[in-house]
Design a protein around this ligand. Structure first.
Ligand code: C2E
Ligand code: MG
Ligand code: MG
Ligand code: MG
Length: 280
């Protein structure tokens, strides 16, 4: 009986593997056409000052659209873009596009830094720094108006070469933040070795801070320790006023989430930037 079950298990396993591989290939084939076919767009999600409620930044988030409809979510196609190497041309496009947008906003009188998510493959590429430098130059964007969002794993795994690269980027004047903080294995004591400006508390923590006492305690401790190391703390995924007010009192300087604004086309964010501010 055990053997028969094993066989079933095996058959089930291969079937789902094939299904997944087929889905990946389908996405990869489509993704090769996405850039030349103008199907990639950036949406921008506001980051607001925790106290004044003013929009003090925006995160560029990639969308793969046809006729205004999302073809796939980033969580589905970005891993495929990474596995296939397509993330290199796509990531280059994202950075260039985001920098141009930030420059346009600045010229329109709205000076806010733009945050761009960087994939591990881009970051490990030998030419990353040169290429970053070129993009800033070409867009005419001051480096202080660009922030790169990295993950703990990217910062932790590379040894001295990574630390050197982070320092060069920092020295160039570009801000660095750690995305999804708390989900990886970066200990806070390690953080002081890296030239990181800000931590983004992961949405998983934010989701449970009101309902779960332990999560609230851990989150408050992370924020307090990060601040004692002189890092800015941003919370992502804020959906309710209760969460926002908890995080503000715990010491977050900036808040981001559906409560303050969904990711939206550049033109919509520009309208928001022109509106008067209401307290968060
Ligand atoms: P992330 O960088 O942590 O971005 C935050 C994600 O949370 C975004 O999902 C955003 O739409 C979503 N979000 C924001 N506020 C809320 C909220 O209040 N509630 C909930 N439930 N969700 C919220 P999105 O746009 O689907 O992106 C998912 C992930 O894909 C990003 O996570 C990032 O890791 C990756 N990604 C997106 N754009 C790019 C890109 O241009 N390059 C790279 N390498 N990765 C990207
Ligand atoms: Mg991010
Ligand atoms: Mg995040
Ligand atoms: Mg995330």
């Amino acid at each position: 009986a055990a053997k028969a079950q094993g066989q079933h298990g095996y058959r089930f396993f291969t079937a789902s593997m094939n299904e997944r591989a087929r889905a990946q290939r389908r996405i990869e084939t489509g993704l090769r056409q996405a850039l030349p076919g103008n199907q990639l767009k950036l949406h921008y999600q506001p980051k607001v000052d925790a106290h004044s409620g003013r929009i003090v930044g925006a995160e560029a988030l990639l969308r793969w659209q046809l006729n205004g409809r999302d073809l796939y979510k980033p969580d589905q196609f970005i891993p495929v873009a990474e596995d296939s190497g397509l993330i290199l041309p796509i990531g280059a496009w994202v950075l260039r596009q985001a920098c141009r947008q930030a420059r346009m906003w600045q010229q329109a009188g709205h000076e806010i830094p733009i945050s761009v998510n960087v994939s591990p493959l881009q970051f490990q590429h030998a030419d990353f720094y040169t290429w970053l430098d070129d993009v800033l130059e070409e867009a005419g964007l001051e480096s202080r108006l660009l922030e790169l969002e990295l993950t703990e794993r990217m910062v932790m795994s590379g040894g001295e070469a990574t630390t050197g690269l982070l320092q060069r980027i920092k020295h160039r004047g570009v801000r660095l933040s750690l995305d999804d903080f708390g989900t990886g294995y970066c200990s806070l004591s390690y953080l002081k070795h890296f030239p990181i400006d800000a931590l983004k508390i992961d949405r998983m923590f934010v989701r449970d801070i009101i309902s779960d006492h332990d999560t609230a305690t851990i989150t408050s401790a992370i924020i307090a320790m990060a601040r004692s190391l002189n890092k800015d703390v941003i919370a992502e995924g804020v959906e309710t006023r209760e969460q926002g007010s908890f995080l503000r009192h715990a010491g977050c300087s900036q808040l981001q989430g559906f409560l303050y604004g969904m990711p939206m086309p550049a033109s919509e964010l520009q309208k928001l930037l022109a509106e008067p501010v209401s307290a968060p």
